[in-house]
Design a protein around this ligand. Structure first.
Ligand SMILES: Cc1ncc(COP(=O)(O)O)c(C=O)c1O
Length: 473
C-alpha cells in the first residue's frame, strides 16, 4: 500500500475517477444535507486502531458509503450557506498532482518551478486587482490567515511599544480581524467597531470621529480595514474614500476582499471596487469566488518589503547560501508559514484553463441569481428583504400572512425554525445572520452550477417547508 506498483496505481486511479464521475454526475439529485447525528456516523466508522492495513477498494468503499452521504454537499447548486465554493474537477486534479510532486514552497531552491508558478499566479491576481507592478504576495490557507498576515505587516509602520495601537473596521467586519489583533498582541479591544449605514457599509463620518477621539486620548491609530464584500450582506465599503482617510491620518489601508474581491471580474460589479488598487494590502480567497476547493487564500502587499520587515528571520538552518536575487527568494520572508503546499497549481490551472472571460461570466451569473431572488422577494407578499443585495449575498425572512401582526421576536423564532427545517429537508441550504438585531435567513450564490431556476426552487422549498411548521413554538 505504501509503494504501489504502476499497475496498482492505474487500478486505484480508475476506481477513483469512476467514483468522481458518478458523484458529480448525479450531484443535483442528491440532498444538500440530511438529518444525522455524531453517534450515527461514529457507529459506521471502524474505530479500532489499525495495526494491519486494508485494501484500497475497502478504503474507497468507506468514502463512498460513510463519508459522502454524511457530508454537506458543498458543490450542490443550491448550497447557499456561508461563503462556500463548490470546487471544480480541474482543481481537484491539480491538488492530486501537487501532492504527488509534494513540492514544499519554502524558498526558490526547494521548488524552483512551483515557486515561479506561484509568483506568476500572484502577479496575475495583482493585475486583476490593478495594483502597481511592485506589489506582490503569496498564497496562504485562507482569508483569516491573509488578514493576519496583512495586519502583522501593517503593524510594522508604527511604533507599537506603547501598547496602544488601534485598528478601525466596520461592525460588519469578519471576526478573523479581531482574532488577528488578539493573536498579534494588539488586543481584541483595540479593534474599534465603526458604525454602518443602512446598506451596511462603513460610515466614514464615524470612522473619522473615532480616529480623532482616539488620537486625543493618546492611542496610536495604525490600520483601517475596509470590506470588499462583508460576510453578512456582501456590502462593499467606499474604498476610495477610505484611502483618503487613511492618507489623512497616515494609516495602513487593508482590504478584506476574502469573499468579494474577485467580483471585480464581473462587469456589473467592477465600479464598486474603485480604489482597491491603492490599498496597502488585500486579503482574498481563491477558495471562495474563484470556485476552488479549500484551502487557498491570498495576501497581496503594495510594498512587499514592509511585510519582509515583519517576517524576515535569520536562522542558521534557513540561511540561503550561494544564491542571488531571484533565486534567493524565500516565501517565509513574506508570511507566517515555513512549509507550504503547492497551492498555486490549482489557481494557475483554473486561470489558465478557464480564462478570465469565462470566470467573469460565471461570477456575473451568480450576481444575477442573487438579484433575481431579491426581485422575487420584493414582489412577494410573504417574504421581505432585510438588506439590499450588493453582490451575491441575500438576507431576508419569511413573514406568512398569519405572522404579520406578531412581535418581532415571534417572527425571528419562526424563521429560526424554518432555517433548521429547510436544512433538514435537504433540497436547498441557507445559513443565517443577525441584522439590526433581527434574525435573517442568509444565502450566498458562489457556484457556477446555480441557475435562476434554482433561486425559484429555493423560494418554493421555503414555502413548502414553512407550511409544515407551526407558526408559534
Ligand atoms: C469577508 C470574509 N473575511 C474573512 C473570511 C475568512 O476566510 P477563511 O474562512 O478562508 O479563513 C471570510 C469567510 O467567510 C469572509 O467572508
Amino acid at each position: 500500500m505504501l509503494d504501489p506498483s504502476a499497475d496498482e496505481i492505474r487500478d486505484w486511479g480508475t476506481s477513483v475517477i469512476q467514483l468522481v464521475a458518478d458523484y458529480l454526475g448525479d450531484l443535483r439529485d442528491r440532498p444538500v444535507y440530511r438529518r444525522m447525528s455524531s453517534c450515527e456516523i461514529r457507529d459506521r466508522l471502524d474505530a479500532a486502531l489499525p495495526t494491519k492495513g486494508s485494501d484500497f477498494d475497502g478504503l474507497l468503499k468507506v468514502f463512498r458509503e460513510d463519508i459522502i452521504p454524511f457530508s454537506r454537499q458543498n458543490a450542490h447548486p443550491r448550497m447557499f450557506g456561508y461563503v462556500q465554493s463548490p470546487g471544480t474537477p480541474l482543481a481537484a486534479f491539480a491538488d492530486l498532482l501537487a501532492s504527488i510532486l509534494n513540492a514544499n514552497l519554502t524558498v526558490w531552491r526547494s521548488a524552483p518551478a512551483p515557486v515561479e508558478l506561484e509568483r506568476l499566479t500572484i502577479d496575475w491576481i495583482r493585475q486583476i486587482l490593478g495594483l502597481n507592478a511592485r506589489a506582490g504576495g503569496l498564497f496562504v490557507s485562507g482569508g483569516s490567515m491573509a488578514n493576519l498576515a496583512a495586519i502583522a505587516a501593517a503593524r510594522q509602520t508604527k511604533d507599537d511599544s506603547s501598547g496602544r495601537l488601534r485598528i478601525y473596521a466596520s461592525r460588519e467586519t469578519h471576526f478573523s480581524v479581531a482574532k488577528a489583533a488578539a493573536l498579534l498582541g494588539i488586543g481584541r479591544n483595540n479593534v474599534c467597531h465603526v458604525a454602518v449605514d443602512e446598506r451596511f457599509k462603513i460610515r466614514v463620518d464615524d470612522l473619522v470621529a473615532k480616529i480623532t477621539a482616539d488620537l486625543e486620548e493618546g492611542y496610536v491609530p495604525f490600520c483601517v480595514v475596509a470590506n470588499a464584500g462583508t460576510v453578512n450582506t456582501g456590502a462593499v465599503d467606499p474604498l476610495a474614500e477610505i484611502r483618503e482617510i487613511a492618507d489623512r491620518f497616515q494609516l495602513w489601508m487593508h482590504v478584506d476582499g476574502s469573499y468579494g474581491a474577485f467580483a471585480v471580474l464581473a462587469e456589473s460589479a467592477r465600479k464598486l471596487f474603485g480604489g482597491i488598487e491603492r490599498a496597502d494590502s488585500i486579503a482574498l480567497d481563491p477558495h471562495k469566488w474563484l470556485y476552488l476547493p479549500v484551502d487557498v487564500g491570498c495576501v497581496i502587499y503594495r510594498e512587499p518589503e514592509i511585510a519582509r520587515s515583519a517576517y524576515g528571520h535569520e536562522a542558521e538552518y534557513t540561511r540561503i547560501i550561494g544564491e542571488e536575487a531571484d533565486e534567493a527568494f524565500a516565501f517565509w520572508d513574506y508570511g507566517p508559514e515555513l512549509s507550504r503546499r503547492f497551492r498555486a497549481l490549482k489557481v494557475w490551472m483554473l486561470l489558465k484553463g478557464v480564462g478570465l472571460d469565462f470566470l467573469g461570466e460565471a461570477i456575473e451569473s451568480n450576481l444575477a441569481c442573487a438579484r433575481h431572488f431579491e426581485s422575487m422577494v420584493r414582489a412577494s407578499d410573504d417574504f421581505e428583504m432585510l438588506a439590499p443585495v450588493a453582490l451575491s449575498i441575500f438576507c431576508f425572512r419569511h413573514v406568512p400572512v398569519q405572522l404579520r401582526s406578531q412581535s418581532p421576536e415571534t417572527i425571528d423564532a419562526f424563521n429560526e425554525r424554518l432555517l433548521i427545517a429547510l436544512q433538514r429537508d435537504g433540497s436547498s441550504y441557507l445559513s443565517n445572520a443577525t441584522l439590526g438585531g433581527r434574525f435573517a435567513l442568509r444565502g450566498c450564490v458562489l457556484n457556477y452550477r446555480t441557475t435562476l431556476r434554482d433561486m425559484e426552487i429555493l423560494l418554493d422549498d421555503l414555502r413548502r417547508v414553512a407550511r409544515s411548521l407551526p407558526t408559534s413554538a
